[in-house]
Write a protein that binds this ligand. Structure first.
Ligand SMILES: Nc1ncnc2c1ncn2[C@@H]1O[C@H](COP(=O)(O)OP(=O)(O)OP(=O)(O)O)[C@@H](O)[C@H]1O
Ligand SMILES: [Mg+2]
Length: 438
């Protein structure tokens, strides 16, 4: 029994059974009633006590249950946080852009990749969706499960970007649409590669056609040149000049066609004894009128006493023509052209070699272009094909020769080609490039 209850009981007993006998007599008849009341009170208090201890047990049980629930809640919160981090990491590192728009079309989520492609450089460095982009995004949302990719052209400063996007509607638990999800990829480079591929395909088809066409053109061109030169001898005055122009025009056309043919379909050289001095004279005679027009002084130093090569005369002529035409193009008004030959002692050969130098006083080649001039299609001339030097390189290679170039801006360019006078089997050419001040 609880001590408070015990104390109350003792007090009541003292009242009912006082130690003083006079009091006991006075109270007499009420005693029974009081005992009864006391018993009822005792019963009530003991049932109260039981209820109290039951209540305490229940409270203990509930506290334990609450603690367990708290632990569970903490665990699920931790798990939720981990899942959120995991998703966040995926979104951060995804190699494509992810966007979420709410039902009004406003941006609610944008991962870094999407931010990068949608952020304008400049002051306001925030992902920005203009009305055009919004309508592209809206049209990319596939409603009936069919996948749809829409291309978005984007202007970023001077650059043009192309994005590809596909989207899907986002719904809430009740199935109502609450926004849209979009995946964005930057396909600018892929598009450029596709375009390049198409271009290469078109070019190669055109190349095949060009080779056929070149064969067809060469013969009539040769006749035009021949008849023009015959006419030139027969007439005088203006007529002679016109015939000369026709001859020069058809010859340079022929040269372009030959370069193209040689580049597209190089034939193996037909070796025979070739006098390089005769070839140089021929080429200079052909270019003479143009040199005259441009006031270019020609200096011929044909010093080789053994000018005969074992070579393909057509190819060597083509080589000289390409080099001299380049020199001429580098001197639009005034200048001087040196063409020099000399025999040289060759280290790897018991015989003597031949060196041809073509030096102009023209515009020169910038150092950053020196490594590219032999590449096919590299040209700085509006009317050039960029095939001239690549064909020269190939011809030198076919004759086991070497070619060197040195150049200085606004001072001129020098090409030096060396051949063995009796070339053996063609071997790989050794071409070196050096600068006059290098
Ligand atoms: N003597 C030179 N002086 C200055 N630049 C030169 C000279 N020779 C070649 N180059 C540079 O090298 C480039 C490539 O020459 P290449 O002969 O291959 O083509 P091209 O002359 O431009 O065209 P094409 O020969 O078809 O008329 C030229 O466009 C020019 O920039
Ligand atoms: Mg050229």
């Amino acid at each position: 029994m609880a001590p408070e209850v015990e104390r109350v009981r003792e007090k009541i007993e003292n009242m009912i059974f006082p130690s003083d006998p006079k009091k006991r007599i006075r109270q007499g008849g009420e005693t029974g009633l009081l005992i009864e009341a006391f018993e009822m009170f005792t019963k009530a208090s003991s049932s109260l006590e039981t209820a109290y201890s039951q209540l305490q047990a229940k409270a203990q049980e509930l506290t334990e249950e609450l603690e367990a629930k708290n632990l569970e809640l903490e665990k699920s919160l931790r798990e939720k946080e981990e899942a959120q981090n995991f998703l966040h990491n995926i979104l951060e590192r995804l190699p494509c852009g992810v966007l979420v728009l709410d039902d009004r079309g406003d941006l609610t989520l944008c991962n870094p990749m999407a931010a990068e492609v949608l952020t304008k450089s400049g002051k306001h460095r925030r992902p920005y969706l203009n009305s055009g982009v919004r309508s592209y995004l809206a049209s990319s949302v596939a409603r009936s499960g069919s996948k749809r990719e829409v291309e978005i052209p984007l202007k970023r400063g001077k650059k043009q970007k192309i994005l590809a996007t596909s989207g899907a509607p986002l719904t809430d638990a009740g199935g109502d649409q609450v926004g849209t999800l979009h995946i964005i990829r930057d396909i600018t480079e892929m598009k450029a590669l596709q375009e390049q591929n198409k271009r290469v395909e078109r070019l190669s088809a055109m190349g095949e056609m060009a080779v056929e066409l070149a064969h067809e053109i060469r013969n009539p061109l040769g006749s035009v040149e021949l008849f023009a030169s015959l006419l030139e001898k027969e007439v005088s005055g203006d007529l002679k000049r016109w015939a000369e122009n026709i001859r020069i025009g058809s010859r340079s056309l022929n040269n372009i066609v030959s370069n193209m043919l040689h580049f597209a379909n190089p034939l193996s050289p037909a070796f025979a004894e070739v006098d390089i001095h005769r070839i140089i004279q021929d080429v200079l005679a052909f270019t003479h009128p143009i040199m005259n027009q441009r006031k270019v002084r020609i200096l011929k130093q044909l010093k080789a006493d053994q000018p005969v090569l074992c070579a393909d005369s057509e190819l060597i002529k083509q080589m000289m023509l390409n080099l001299i035409m380049n020199a001429m193009n580098a001197m639009p008004s005034e200048g001087s052209l040196l063409v020099q030959t000399k025999n040289i002692k060759q280290e790897h050969d018991s015989g003597r070699g031949l060196e041809v130098k073509i030096q102009d006083s023209g515009i020169g080649i910038p150092p950053e272009n020196l490594n590219r001039i032999f590449d096919p299609f590299f040209t700085t001339n509006k009317k050039g094909t960029g095939l001239g030097l690549s064909v020269v390189h190939r011809i030198v290679e076919q004759h086991s020769g070497t070619i060197r170039v040195s150049s200085e801006i606004n001072h001129g360019t020098t090409f030096i080609i060396s051949f063995g006078t009796r070339p053996s089997e063609p071997e790989k050419s050794r071409s070196t490039k050096e600068s006059m001040h290098g």
